[in-house]
Design a protein around this ligand. Structure first.
Ligand SMILES: [Zn+2]
Length: 1176
């Protein structure tokens, strides 16, 4: 027996697993989350105390003991430029210049950050984190100031006493104000980018260095200092720059690399960061207090839609759910028989035809494939403006529906019913084939032998025994797997099992891992594999006697025998090159081209990183994260930074030969945050200044990834690149792209090319990245087309995440971006992951959907696998299954933890098998089916016209429903539409997929948006696709301000809206707050702080913080929703009858859409017709 024999593993099974505590704690995991959500982001609205007081310049006193590593130290040259440079910095040269550092807008993230709930159980240095008034990292240099944290002290002491004195400090400040405070508008982009010899820099400050803009950095002994610098010999630290060039650039002057982006300023202009008012360097973790006070467990679950008891909604639906719709074909509509459906006699009267519906389905089989001309608004008559009175009318009195929308299956009703019926008791996984509650139901899972539905959900929990039966039903057999899903705090994390050097016990033949379904025989000496039936000897150390039932007596002591999900500690055999991995690294790669700088993005990122670096993923009770960090900036050249702890100041190295990317430094690029805290802080302070005046507009992209990859390779570790990128990479370099966007291709056979990468270069690069465990997360800030379809290839195939903020403006977008970034950096992630799904005899995994790379047909490879990433796996029969033995899945993911530990996470699931189709239909899960169908369709657009894809989807679903009708439903007239109970929402949800921007874009949807959505959906779990395709619509004015519950959701149709109410709609990416024109003035005052509808500022991106119950309640709801999603949703205020309302209506998915998508009623009629055709 060798369980837990290794000291580095978690404690014995059965006890809390410290090694796993970390998974619970990250802010988005089990970490206590705000139970008072309105506090969560409140800081954004309020003042930013931490940033209102300009902080005296501290921390930029270079050490006299500056260590030279061959990099020239250019104190003088830097100083000579500093004052002037600063002058121009402080006055933005253009309207779009970066905001002043001390402004309240930029650093707002910090305060909010401290409220995110990363309390003292979070990453960071516990002791120093305790103080919000943590001194700047540089303070140790100032005698007599606050004591320095021990960690930093040692670093500073190593470099000798500081030469700075208080007197010098004041001089610094004086010096900082000396510089020019005005600057002319920048020359057109590129003006300053001639060859280095082309002339003096545009800025007067640069003339001091003559034409050799770059020289000061390669030749360290610079020109004579100006008077200012003479008086402040130490004020400005040198920022040694090493230009790395190769022979490949014949045009290049030797030793004279292409100028850095800010010509004439560039690296030479590292401004003294000490002189200007600026936010304090956040070198320590933000204080935890607020995060500790709040706890909202359900909200923390991305896949766990929190639904407090539906107080505002009615109880369980009285009577049986709508499963059958029937009615004789209406005599008045011969071409569309069967359209008038009635629900077992309970339907309302048949309505007159609705003008807009007529002719929508002219009987052609190409339904939905031809958007046609934009239809008129759904209702133009006076009825089109809903009113409370109208909505309160009984359905029969509503105008002009041939089919009563209230009589067709309602998603809201199904969701509410499931909550009522299944939300109160834990879901126990001990029963084979047990269908879990819906993703929209709040429930607790108890693992008794099968994986939690948070990890695996299936389209059906009862699989047809034969392939023929499966084909007949056309129900896809698929599992949606989220291997590292975050669990709510109430649930137990997978235990870590350590079998010592022998490793996990596995089947000799199929290599399946020990699991609850293995059968021990011969007194426990051997076991028979539940997947392949092969008999394997039990290793001596694993032997255990069986009890009278044949069960091992240690059954309940071993997770792998009694639980559905657990982990094994992997041995060295599971490691690359038979070597245990090093801890991973994060490399932040920041676009510093003109757009990035001008928008304030560069400054924002640098400010944020100062604090965010203290929240890197940390394992268990480790005091600090094992993850190392590195920094690179780029435009059309790359700048690497040496931030080694022994340096007093960071060093920059420029690589201008992007054709064959290499990393110019090995030592000092990737560092421990605590060790290099001061140097990193200094770097992050200086980067925005360095490039403040850049005029370089062109960027490279592939070389950036290559550089990150090479850096990880050199460090022999896996890791993640966080790339912040703004534009189409048109600079001359590998992976250079051209603008090939062409919206005229939409709805043509060539439309698929818009989704395909324009070059295979990125596919090859992705392959290389995956092979070396280099995951790429991409944050895009485009002002125009930047070809997401191509830029996203590497992100997609490495298991990374992509984020997009079009027309980024700090004022409106920074909260969303920073929240996304924080979550992305902190979330649980595994590296170098390989997933394999084993199945019992009879079925096998045949197809995979998600963000990954596959080099063979079985192994899903992901350079990074985070807690949000979901892989959808399709299964096909290769033999008969038996009802007795059922079907088994085992998903094994081998990965490297954030501390560098190699592990295997195992999820097992047993399913029933059936010989009756009715059993299949009774045990389906439509939400999961839609997840699969959406991913299948979204992949289809890469190779087929969207019309073909849509038609195929409709056809498949018609077949599914026709098969049910034919084989499972009781005989009835053809005029009836009969839907299986578990699939009664299939038509409405399918219609949402068909109408989505990828498959049927409106004119306002850009090609990049479509590529982006396509990529997002491909990695979504079931809860995310559910709310994405059928958004949640909540009547805020119906909310009970005294309870914690959400108001009951309503159906996504305009006719459900009352113009006297305020509604919230969320789809996982956006939150709309829709305000009716007749909303009471008091409500408007309470929510928006203005006295009338017309005064509501629709540009708000967050609601004002007002001290009244309604405002608190609404903000609390919004915060609760934000916490549930893996991305921070953009808040959009929509006033009824405003232009923006069109955007909002796009998400009222039961209505006809402007892009030609059918209304739910129309689509249901169409499906009925399709089914009838199949049956006739
Ligand atoms: Zn086997």
């Amino acid at each position: 027996m060798s369980v837990n024999q290794q000291t580095h593993t978690g404690p014995p099974y059965g006890q809390p697993q410290p090694g796993y505590q970390g998974y619970q704690q990250p802010a988005y995991g089990g970490q206590p989350l705000p139970g008072v959500p309105q506090l969560q982001y409140g800081a954004y609205n309020g003042p930013m105390p931490g940033y209102q007081q300009p902080v005296p310049p501290q921390g930029y006193f270079p050490s006299l003991g500056f260590p030279s590593k061959g990099c020239p130290v250019s104190l003088n040259s830097d100083n000579s430029l500093a004052p002037n440079f600063i002058g121009s910095l402080r006055t933005p040269a253009t309207s779009g210049a970066p905001p002043p550092p001390s402004g309240p807008t930029l650093p707002s993230g910090h305060l909010a950050y401290s409220q995110l709930g990363h309390g003292d159980v979070q990453n960071g240095i516990a002791a120093s984190a305790a103080s919000a008034q943590r001194p700047p990292a540089s303070q140790p240099f100032l005698p007599g100031l606050a004591p320095t944290p021990v960690i930093q002290t040692s670093a500073f002491q190593q470099y000798g006493p500081t030469p700075a004195s208080v007197q010098q400090l004041s001089n610094d400040m004086t010096g900082m104000t000396i510089g020019r405070t005005t600057a002319s508008a920048p020359p057109p982009a590129g003006l300053g980018y001639g060859p280095p010899t082309s002339g003096p820099p545009v800025s007067g400050s640069l003339s001091a260095t003559g034409s050799g803009l770059y020289t000061p950095y390669t030749a360290s002994q610079g020109p004579s200092p100006t008077s200012v610098t003479q008086s402040l010999p130490l004020a400005q630290p040198p920022f040694p720059v090493q230009t790395i060039t190769t022979q490949r650039l014949p045009t290049q002057v030797p030793g004279f690399a292409p100028p850095p982006p800010s010509t004439g300023i560039g690296p030479s202009s590292y401004p003294p960061t000490t002189g200007a008012p600026r936010p304090p360097t956040m070198s320590g973790p933000p204080p935890p207090p607020l995060g500790q006070t709040v706890a909202g467990p359900p909200a923390s679950q991305p896949n766990h839609i929190s639904s407090p008891p539906p107080s505002a909604v009615s109880g369980p639906h009285p009577g049986p759910p709508v499963t059958g719709l029937h009615g004789p074909p209406p005599p008045t509509h011969p071409p569309q028989p069967g359209y008038q459906m009635q629900q077992n006699g309970s339907f309302g009267p048949v309505r007159g035809s609705q003008p807009n519906y007529g002719g929508a389905y002219p009987g052609t089989p190409n339904y939905g494939s031809q958007p046609g001309p934009p239809p008129p608004p759904k209702r133009l008559d006076p009825d089109s403006i809903p009113s409370p009175q109208l909505n309160e009318l009984p359905p029969q009195q509503k105008p002009r529906h041939r089919i009563d929308p209230d009589a067709i299956p309602s998603p809201i009703q199904v969701i509410e019913d499931d909550r009522s019926n299944r939300g109160s008791e834990p879901f126990v996984t001990g029963v084979r084939g047990h269908v879990p509650p819906l993703v929209t139901t709040n429930f607790i899972v108890k693992d008794e032998g099968n994986a939690s539905p948070r990890y695996i959900r299936c389209t059906s929990y009862n699989i047809p025994c034969t392939s023929d039966m499966a084909k007949q039903s056309q129900v896809p057999l698929a599992a949606v797997i989220k291997p590292l899903a975050t669990l709510p705090p109430e649930e137990t994390l997978p235990y870590l099992v350590d079998h010592g050097e022998s490793g996990p016990v596995r089947c000799n033949r199929c290599k399946a891992y020990m699991c609850p379904f293995m059968q021990f025989i011969e007194g426990g000496r051997r076991f028979q594999c539940c997947f392949c039936s092969c008999v394997t000897e039990v290793p001596p150390h694993y032997f255990q006697h069986l009890d009278h039932t044949g069960k091992r007596v240690d059954f309940y002591d071993r997770p792998e025998l009694s639980l559905g999900s657990y982990e094994f500690l992997a041995t060295v055999d599971y490691c690359k090159n038979n070597k245990f991995p090093s801890p991973p690294a994060f490399i932040f790669m920041i676009d510093v081209s003109y757009n990035a700088v001008k928008s304030g993005l560069v400054r924002l990122i640098c400010e944020e990183l100062k604090s965010l670096l203290d929240y890197l993923p940390r394992e268990g009770n480790m005091e600090e994260s094992a993850i190392r960090v590195g920094f690179v900036t780029y435009n059309k050249v790359l700048h690497f930074y040496n931030v080694k702890s022994s340096l007093a100041q960071p060093q920059m190295m420029v690589v201008s030969d992007v054709a064959d990317m290499f990393v110019p430094l090995l030592d000092g690029l990737l560092v421990n945050v605590n060790d290099s805290r001061t140097v990193i802080a200094s770097l992050l302070d200086q980067i925005p200044e360095m490039f403040a005046d850049t005029r370089e507009t062109e960027t490279v992209f592939a070389p950036v990834i290559q550089a990150g990859l090479e850096a990880l390779k050199a460090a022999e570790c896996a890791g993640k690149l966080f790339i912040f990128h703004t534009s189409l990479p048109i600079a001359e370099a590998p992976g250079k792209l051209k603008n090939r966007d062409d919206k005229k291709l939409v709805n043509t056979d060539k439309e698929k090319t818009l989704f395909q990468p324009q070059t295979s270069f990125y596919n090859n690069l992705a392959k290389d990245c995956v092979a070396h465990g280099c995951c790429v997360d991409l944050f895009l800030f485009p002002n125009q087309y930047l070809d997401v379809a191509t830029l996203g290839v590497v992100t997609y195939q490495t298991g990374g995440s992509i984020y997009k903020y079009a027309y980024f403006q700090p004022e409106t977008d920074q909260d969303r971006f920073l929240n996304d970034l924080r979550r992305d950096v902190q979330k649980e992630v595994g590296f170098d992951a390989v997933m394999r799904v084993r199945t019992s005899t009879g079925i096998r995994a045949t197809d995979f959907f998600g963000a990954f790379y596959m080099s063979n047909t079985t192994d899903v490879e992901m350079a990074g696998l985070d807690c949000d990433k979901t892989i959808t796996v399709e299964f096909k029969h290769d033999d008969k299954l038996s009802e007795d033995s059922g079907a088994l899945l085992q998903c094994a993911v081998l990965y490297t933890s954030c501390a560098g530990q190699r592990r295997l996470r195992i999820h097992n699931l047993s399913l029933n098998c059936c010989t009756q189709l009715a059993d299949l239909y009774r045990n389906c899960e439509t939400d999961t089916l839609i997840n699969y169908l959406a991913k299948y369709a979204y992949r289809g657009v890469l190779s087929s016209p969207v019309k073909t894809v849509r038609d195929a989807l409709i056809n498949q679903c018609a077949q599914i429903l026709a098969c049910y009708r034919k084989n499972c439903a009781s005989p009835s007239s053809a005029g009836q539409l009969i839907l299986p109970e578990c699939m009664k929402l299939l038509p409405v949800y399918l219609n949402c997929v068909l109408k989505s921007d990828v498959l049927q874009p409106g004119p306002e949807v850009t090609t990049d948006d479509r590529a982006y959505i396509r990529q997002l959906v491909t990695s979504m779990d079931v809860a995310e696709t559910n709310v994405f395709f059928y958004p949640r619509l909540l009547p805020l004015t119906k909310a009970d301000v005294d309870s914690d519950s959400l108001p009951g959701a309503i159906r996504n149709s305009e006719e459900r809206l009352s113009k006297g109410d305020i509604y919230l709609l969320e789809n996982g990416l956006n939150i709309f707050v829709w305000v009716g024109v007749n909303v009471q003035q008091g409500l408007i005052q309470n929510l928006f702080g203005v006295s009338s509808f017309s005064q509501i500022n629709k540009a708000l991106t967050m609601l004002p913080v007002l001290e009244n119950p309604f405002s608190k309640k609404v903000r609390s709801i919004i915060n609760m929703l934000q916490m549930q999603r893996s991305r921070y949703m953009k808040l959009i205020i929509v006033k009824q009858e405003d232009k923006l309302e069109m955007l909002f209506k796009h998400f009222l998915v039961e209505d006809k859409s402007l892009s030609g998508g059918a209304s739910y009623v129309d689509f249901l009629c169409h499906m009925h017709k399709e089914i009838r055709q199949l049956l006739s």
